[in-house]
Design a protein around this ligand. Structure first.
Ligand SMILES: Nc1nc2c(c(=O)[nH]1)N[C@H]1C(S)=C(S)[C@@H](COP(=O)(O)OP(=O)(O)OC[C@H]3O[C@@H](n4cnc5c(N)ncnc54)[C@H](O)[C@@H]3O)O[C@H]1N2
Ligand code: MOO
Length: 402
């Protein structure tokens, strides 16, 4: 048997980092930036007004009050987007809109709420210091500043930043396209009727969703029955569109463990027993250079295997550190036992109160018991050299995506 760490190291030593791709900005949402992006101009590019109001010379309104307002002639309007160079002299005001360039000679903006809103002349009833409500050129980003670098996941705020510095296209590591295939003659599509002995396919949906959570593009493939020729043909067909493949089922010791049967000795695929629970039977290798993860069919085993092995691999393919799920230290709420020599992942409910995490093992720890997994938000890690953990112990818990 190999250890969890050995199996993960084998995987990470073999998955390729996807080559960078030049994409239109919107297409790059969720992908990982593969270049350094610098601002070609400062942001804002010019001094501009932070408020709708009046551009003035601050000293002209220094004594303005409700009782004795300053009255200034208004020389015109400056709107956002106006390009004409404008200027005012002391004793004058210009009506100005938020985002409009400050006229030369002015050094403060009086918001419209402090005035009578006049258009020919304006009565200003409060004073303001020099610089009031002016957004200075470069106070967001200075010219040449690096605003995003390689390894940055492009979410809404980062996409906004790149657009703000004028980028229409960016170089990214594309989201890995991952084909997910369930095998098993007992499987039926949800939404169809079940005959005796049949169950609805849950793994392909669950694993495709997990691919998306890990930053990939998931392609769920209709399940295939336990027919070696069909399984191999389907896998070969899918290689065309896949950066990685995931199968579930057919990797254990059964007479019809078809994935193991057809992939043994193909490419670099190897099947091993990993000292973990759930998730003991695992397979991994490259098929024509494409990583394939053959996960066990029990739903909880497939899920745990994904989080422990496939997720880090998909991160590595995106050029990111292959980090495990976030780990929190928690106090165990009930006793837990584990087999010797295996790393056990116990489904648990993690809660946070008064500065402390507590984790309660979920009812139903069988690897077929999806309900317990679906109600859990953490996986309690019981290390290989631990067989009993009494309530009150400090444990490490993988925090599941929420
Ligand atoms: N004699 C042995 N039997 C088993 C061993 C063993 O070491 N010796 N290991 C057990 C462990 S541990 C696991 S995990 C499973 C793994 O089996 P397979 O990967 O071959 O998976 P299947 O036999 O195809 O299915 C197992 C179980 O899961 C259900 N299943 C499969 N696919 C789906 C799906 N897409 N959606 C929902 N449920 C699915 C399937 O119906 C079976 O009940 O092997 C043990 N046996
Ligand atoms: O790995 Mo099996 O995953 O122990 O049920």
């Amino acid at each position: 048997m190999r250890t969890v760490d050995e199996h993960l190291a084998d995987i990470l030593g073999n998955v390729p980092v996807l080559p960078p791709l030049d994409l239109a900005l919107m297409e790059a949402e969720g992908a990982v930036l593969a270049e350094q992006v610098a601002a070609p101009v400062p942001l804002p590019p010019f001094d501009n007004s932070a408020m709708d109001g009046y551009a003035v010379v601050a000293s002209d309104v220094a004594t303005a009050s409700e009782a004795e307002p300053a009255v200034l002639p208004v020389i015109g309007d400056i709107a956002a987007g106006d390009s004409g160079v404008s200027a005012i002299r002391p004793g004058l005001a210009a009506r100005i809109m938020t985002g409009a360039p400050m006229p030369a000679g002015s050094d403060a903006v009086i918001p419209v709420e402090w005035t009578d809103g006049g258009t020919a002349s304006v009565r200003i009833s409060r004073s303001a210091p020099s610089g009031h409500y002016i957004r200075r050129a470069g106070e967001d980003v200075v010219g040449g500043q690096i605003v995003a670098g390689p390894g940055t996941r492009l979410r809404a705020a980062q996409i906004g930043m790149l657009a703000a510095v004028g980028r229409a296209r960016v170089l990214v590591r594309p989201k890995p396209r991952v084909v997910v295939l369930s095998t098993g003659s007992e499987l039926r599509e949800p939404g169809t009727a079940l005959a005796p002995g049949q169950i609805w396919d849950s793994n392909s949906f669950m694993l495709t969703a997990a691919v998306i959570e890990a930053g990939g593009v998931g392609y769920r493939q209709t399940m295939v029955e336990d027919d070696p020729r069909k399984v191999l043909e389907t896998l070969e067909d899918q290689l065309m569109r896949a950066d990685a493949l995931i199968t579930s089922g057919g990797v254990s010791m059964g007479a019809r463990d078809v994935v193991k049967e057809v992939l043994t000795g193909v490419g670099t695929v190897q099947f091993s027993k990993v000292a973990m629970r759930p998730g003991k039977p695992q397979g991994f290798g490259l098929l024509e250079g494409t990583p394939i993860f053959t996960l066990p069919g029990n739903p909880v085993s497939a899920y745990v295997s994904f989080q422990v092995f496939v997720r880090p691999a998909l991160l590595a393919m995106q050029g990111l550190p292959p980090a495990a799920l976030p780990v929190v230290t928690a106090v165990l709420a009930a006793d837990v036992t584990s087999g010797a020599g295996v790393r056990q992942f116990v489904r648990g409910k993690l809660s946070f109160s008064q500065g402390t995490y507590t984790v309660a093992p979920a009812e139903g720890q069988g690897s077929h018991q999806l309900a317990a997994l679906a109600s859990a938000n953490g996986l309690i890690i019981v290390p290989e050299d631990v067989e009993t953990l009494p309530a009150g112990s400090q444990v490490e818990v993988l925090s599941l995506p929420s």
